[in-house]
Write a protein that binds this ligand. Structure first.
Ligand SMILES: O=C(O)CCC(=O)C(=O)O
Length: 259
């Protein structure tokens, strides 16, 4: 029995993303939120996992945690079993394997992301699908994603991952507001962006990324490569800013972890 309806499969084909509203119940959302709070707690003691911070008007705040699958059995079971792999197998047309996982916390004043596609930042395999799992309301005010439907068929012109101004001049963006319980699946070529969180509460979202299993399992090489690249640059990119992404797309002010 397929989880996706014919309409949802058509939305995926036409837009490069599809939203499943209210697919997680309140108890599951509460459990996921508690697990995310455990991982946020790890950031204060420098691990496990990779943790990235940003400067806000209220001081340094956690911006992103990633590489926690192997350290958190509860979240790992959500990432690797049940609903997500079932839907991903429908979208890929074959079993999916986890490529990477992250939480973007977006505290009040937390930075947005410049228009980009994820594909250039996700090395080792050329196509991925990500699941966005909101734990707080993702609204225009709190800095939800905007997507440009129907442009997921290849790499767009870009500079260090930021889509070029020429292409952006003709782009049409749709805000994708989402509530806890919704899950949105999007292609790694789907152009997206977001704004600063202008609300009074964090806008926590998990982004869980997969590739087709027949292409191979690249999660460990991906994180080894990312850690090596960040370490070689002294955790700083060419701009002198602390690094958070392989793509140069983060619009906040990354800072070193608070002592
Ligand atoms: O969480 C957001 O606002 C956008 C995140 C994003 O586009 C990314 O992490 O690549």
């Amino acid at each position: 029995m397929a989880v996706l309806s014919a309409i949802q499969r058509e939305q995926w084909r036409a837009h490069g993303f599809v939203v499943l509203r209210g697919i997680l119940d309140a108890a599951r959302v509460a459990e996921l939120t508690a697990w995310v709070e455990e991982i946020e707690g790890w950031s204060a003691r420098h691990g496990p996992g990779m943790h990235h911070f940003e400067q806000t008007a209220a001081g340094p705040r956690i911006a992103r945690s990633e590489d926690f699958d192997s350290s958190h059995p509860g979240l790992s079971s959500f990432l690797r079993g049940g609903l997500l792999p079932t839907i991903l197998a429908e979208l890929f047309g074959e079993p999916a394997v986890l490529f990477k996982e992250k939480i973007n916390y977006k505290y009040p004043g937390g930075g947005g992301f410049a228009p980009h596609q994820d594909a250039p930042a996700y090395r080792f395999v050329d196509h991925h699908i990500s699941c966005m799992v909101p734990l707080d309301p993702a609204t225009v005010q709190s800095g939800c994603l905007y997507l440009a439907p129907g442009h997921d068929r290849g790499l767009l012109p870009n500079v260090d991952g930021r889509i070029s101004d020429e292409w952006l001049a003709h782009a049409t963006w749709e805000p994708l507001e989402a509530a806890p319980g919704d899950i949105m699946f999007f292609d790694s070529y789907a152009p997206h962006k977001s704004d600063t969180n202008q609300s009074d509460s964090p806008r926590r979202v998990m982004y869980l990324t997969y590739n087709a299993a027949s292409k191979g399992d690249f999660r460990e090489p991906y994180y080894a490569d990312k850690r090596a690249e960040f370490a070689a640059a002294g955790e700083r990119g060419a701009s002198g800013n602390v690094r958070m992404s392989i793509n140069d797309d983060f619009l906040g002010k990354p800072v070193d972890p608070p002592e």
